[in-house]
Design a protein. Structure first.
Length: 297
């Protein structure tokens, strides 16, 4: 039998969330209903699409191929739906999206640009807030429908994985540090850090504690300009995303990967309630740009 659109949506949700529970929450169906739908698709196709592992799931090779095709099908359905949407008549549909300045710099701006090109009848209002905590507050208080944020989140929100970004160490020119950098080298290293008590500083301190290292704060500041000048003035090193470093520092600093590589997932979050058509279309567009992680053979 041919898979239904609902089954395809459920399977893509499982691929994005890597768990049956998370997928069910993201598409607003009972976990048992989603499981039955995916199992029925596996029976109809005669192949295993998912490999269960503890509380999570991985895609089988066949499952990865089906997910790629499913994204194409679901995108086509969204495009067909858009044909019936009047353009230029009356008020345009608007979507409120919030994020941090770091993610707005490249990822959010790229997604908004490509999305509005594809959906000219929809407006995306992108707002920036200095911290992830402020972004999440906009969601929980109903002032925004979607947020582009670092994952995971502790709050009771639905999340959709988009991509992983590499976290690197940016140091003053001439720093005598190994490349790539083992985590133990952070112990005693002068560093530019967010101010104590902020969400980002708390996350970093938890990471340092887990790694068993104690960097030395040389500058504590929350403004990104302060981060850049703190490094370029030679005061200390900074932990930041690789894909924003080139724009911020150019050739004025040294960039080192960690060993093993340090990756941070990024995704879209929203309150656990039905979404507008514009929000659903934006999530589908963003997830389509995230690569399917192929299982190892």
């Amino acid at each position: 039998m041919t898979p239904t659109l609902a089954q395809l949506r459920y399977l893509v949700a499982v691929a994005d969330c890597r768990s049956i529970t998370g997928a069910a929450a993201s598409v607003f169906v009972a976990q048992s209903a989603l499981s039955r739908a995916v199992q029925a698709m596996e029976r109809d196709l005669g192949v295993d699409l998912l490999a269960r592992r503890g509380r999570g799931v991985d895609l089988t090779p066949e499952g990865a191929r089906v997910v790629r095709l499913a994204r194409t099908v679901l995108d086509a359905v969204e495009a067909i739906d858009d044909i019936g949407t009047p353009h230029g008549l009356g008020a345009r549909a608007a979507l409120s999206l919030v994020t941090t300045p770091t993610l707005a710099l490249d990822l959010a701006s790229e997604l908004v640009h490509t999305f509005t090109e594809r959906h000219p009848g929809l407006d995306v209002r992108l707002h920036q807030y200095d911290s992830r905590e402020a972004v999440v507050q906009e969601l929980t208080q109903g002032r925004a429908e979607l947020a582009l944020v670092d994952l995971p989140l502790d709050q009771d929100l639905s999340t959709h994985y988009i991509q992983e970004r590499e976290v690197v160490l940016i140091s003053p020119a001439g720093s005598a540090l190994p490349d790539p950098l083992p985590f133990r080298a952070l112990d005693g290293l002068p560093m530019v850090l967010p101010t104590p008590g902020t969400g980002r500083r708390t996350e970093m301190e938890a990471m340092f504690s887990c790694l068993g290292v104690r960097p030395v704060p040389c500058l504590e500041v929350d403004e990104r300009l302060g981060w850049v000048t703190g490094v370029t003035d030679g005061r200390g090193s900074l932990i930041w995303y690789r894909d924003v470093v080139a724009r911020a520092f150019g050739s004025r600093a040294e960039i080192r990967s960690f060993t093993p590589p340090l990756l941070r997932p990024v995704g879209i979050a929203h309150a656990r309630r039905p979404l507008s058509r514009a929000a659903r279309a934006f999530i589908a567009h963003a997830r389509h740009k995230a690569p399917v992680r192929e299982p190892s053979r």
